[in-house]
Design a protein around this ligand. Structure first.
Ligand code: PSU
Ligand code: MN
Length: 299
């Protein structure tokens, strides 16, 4: 299967230029419409303003695309029945010529096939709470696909300590950007340590170059705390998360519906402040990713 890339993205990839891949599940399933479309545009603009070419990833009518057009993004962010695709689901959308938004895992897979190596998202999936053995396939993908993934840690709706351990088991190097602590998505602190602290795009670029030189599989996970003016106190979010978890349980929400349901329920319970934090951290991550990609392209 041929991955479709628009000419300007293809050219940047061939020239060793700065390219930042962006995911589409956050657009199709993670944010409310029509804000989702606005955010998708803002993320691309943020990448471009910081010296890199944005390439939002998704599947349109069975065609995997790295570098969706504005119309294609609008389609994935508006249409009913857009699939939520992890890596294992890609064949379904391709064989059946369906539309699909890509999670962190599937975005890594497609971006890697297209030759991109820097990717920005909000929060990665991980180990869910409650010992229900719901573990995001993002973790397995982070362990096997070589990619520099910029995030704000794992989503706070998860069991962060268990997710931290799972990242270690998967062999994923976890770096803190200007911090020694793993950020907790909506909040800046989790009480969990990162493996290494880095304080500039240059330092990140050096780590990534060493990772590549060692021929290591898997991701370098660069964790960027949410901007202080939008970050929420962990204790406050925790109350909202617990209530949302009970609600999900009562309604029998399962499988891939869990994460979108929880994100929406937490937004409702924080009066939209978690949504603002989510948008702010997405933009912040896109900016840092672009700066790192630019530093790498300059090497
Ligand atoms: N980051 C956000 N919002 C999101 C996601 C990430 O700010 O909605 C998505 C990502 O696509 C991630 C997915 O891969 O949530 C995890 O879903 P699950 O827990 O079902 O694996
Ligand atoms: Mn899951």
């Amino acid at each position: 299967m041929h991955i479709q890339t628009p000419l300007h993205v293809q050219k940047a990839l061939e020239d060793g230029g700065a390219v930042v891949a962006l995911e589409s599940t956050v657009i199709a399933h993670g944010l409310p419409h029509p804000r989702n479309l606005q955010v998708a545009r803002e993320l691309e603009a943020e990448v471009a303003a910081n010296g890199a070419v944005p390439a939002t990833v998704g599947v349109v009518a069975g065609q995997p695309v790295v570098g969706l057009s504005e119309e294609e993004i609008e389609r994935l962010g508006t249409a009913e029945g857009v699939l939520k695709l992890s890596t294992r689901d890609l064949p379904i959308a391709i064989a059946r010529k369906m539309d699909g938004a890509t999670t962190v895992a599937a975005t890594m897979w497609l971006a890697d096939l297209a030759g991109a190596s820097v990717f920005a998202t909000g929060g990665i999936g991980g180990v869910h709470r409650g010992g229900a053995h719901d573990v995001s396939a993002d973790l397995a993908e982070l362990g096997r696909t070589r990619m520099l993934v910029v995030c704000a840690g794992a989503k706070a709706i998860l069991d962060l300590a268990a997710t931290r351990e799972a990242l270690e088991t998967a062999g994923v190097l976890v770096a803190g950007y200007g911090t020694d602590e793993l950020p907790a998505f909506y909040s800046r602190e989790s009480g969990l340590a990162v493996d290494v602290r880095v304080d500039s795009p240059r330092e990140v670029a050096d780590l990534w170059t060493a990772h590549e030189e060692m021929n290591l599989p898997g991701a370098l996970l660069l964790c960027v705390p949410p901007p202080p003016e939008h970050a929420l106190p962990a204790a406050e979010v925790e109350t909202a998360i617990r209530a949302a978890l009970q609600q999900a349980d009562a309604r029998g929400i399962r499988g891939k519906e869990v994460t979108p349901f929880l994100l929406t329920a937490v937004a409702e319970r924080t009066g939209g402040r978690s949504l603002e934090a989510n948008v702010a951290l997405l933009r912040n991550n896109a900016r840092v990713a672009a700066q790192v990609a630019a530093a790498l392209a300059g090497d």
